[in-house]
Design a protein around this ligand. Sequence first.
Ligand code: GLN
Length: 527
Amino acid sequence: MVTKWIVFSGGVISGLGKGIASASVGALLSKKYKIISLKCDGYLNVDPGTMNPVEHGEVFVLEDGGEVDMDFGHYERFLNINCKSEWNLTMGKVFDIIRKKERKGDYLGKTVQYVPHVTNLIKDWWLSVAEREKADIVLLEIGGTVGDIENELYIEAARQLKNHVGEDNIMYSHLTYVPLPFGVKEQKTKPTQQSVNLLRQRGIIPDLIIGRCSKPLTDHIKEKVATYCDVKKEAVISGVDVDCVYKIPLVFEKEGILKIIKDKLKMKVSSDLRKWKTLVENIGKGKLVRIAICGKYMKLEDSYASVVEALKHSDAHLGCKVEISFIETSGLKDAKKVLENIDGVIVPGGFGKRGSEGKIKIIKYCRENKIPFLGLCYGLQLATVEFARNVCDLKNSNSTEIDEKTENPVIDILPEQKEVLDKGGTMRLGSYPAILKRNTKVFSLYGSEKVSERHRHRYEVNPEYLEILESNGLVFSGMSPDGRLVEYIELKDHPFFVGCQGHPELKSSLLSPAPLFYGFVKAALGR
Ligand code: GLN
């Protein structure tokens, strides 16, 4: 089949959920077709790996070790696919390549220009990925909002793409905002008109307009948008606010999006979201279970997006109502006070000293008071520090990330990391296997001996301390295949106390929740 392209741009304001919209279209079509998702970001970082999550949301890690935009989390969760690093293009990557090519002499004699050199490079990148992947459908998401300086080259490349692939093989979708201002009592279409105008000034006429709104768009409003924006009325659909993002594919289906795609791209479409729908309806229904996520990037909940999603997936399968609270650990004094009404605690991934002592206090409280605990990456490391200090009596134990000169470096930098100077893309990244010990909680949850999760870290449990930690009762329930690195820890005589060096939240999905999260929520439910 010829590859079909669905381009997603956004207008009016950022944060309307272009990634979710695009992933939802993918969820509707993924039964029949091989779909890939490309995301283009305007910033000059090569990847988001060096950004603070409070700036840009969680850094999502792929199987191949790519550190990519968090929208890839939505793509993987909605489409049941493993994305690849080359599917995330950034202006940092683009200019890196252009500069190297220019120095090599690839443009000898020519003035290197935004158009055609940069736009061609972008277009060729998209086309070559689509060809390598033998994609039936490419979801192509352009970051930011139309009119942003930093995304202009992507928009121009997307406009040119039509000439390359042909009118029938490309569909432009634009996500805008239709506000219902307080006291005005009517949805307002002007911002949508203006943003579509910006798009048309750039030579793109949308085939589909999704209006993000608090109440479904009325017929009259759809008509108005259609008239001013030069689209068919049926091609204006509501992207109504929902309490759970997994409802969006169902909303779009009801709004008739499949017919718009079928007519524009001249292809057969059908969806089957029966199982999906049953699970979605199950989220947030049933017995209340209160989970605390304890970390230091609390200014932006998106910092822990995949952890939150993984909890929802378990919620859907266990028929409970997970309520999440975020606890800031910097300056935390009294763990008992903040955990008073909590049924389970997650200490997620993290970096650096700030907030680490607060997390250790929280972990100690969970260990001693038998509160279900799940430590993810840094969470495993700090649980090991806590155990070394308070159970093994190893004075001033710490991670060398926090205190380089600690007396007892129970967590230490990987030998292969010591010489690394560059910060970008140099951690232990991507999927690594682990061998699980039988008769452990972790083994019983995964139901298999060989498992793998995605990693993103520089530090490890120090092999010199394995013996003393183990003789005091810390169970190393999973190790790297060569037996050198600790991948899982747990405690006996505790309802659930588990740490994982990887990030199991990254592979969790609505249809198949991460086993450790499932076990954790179940234990919290049992409290
Ligand atoms: N800061 C720790 C390390 O680099 C943990 C990283 C993480 O939690 N992802 O090893």
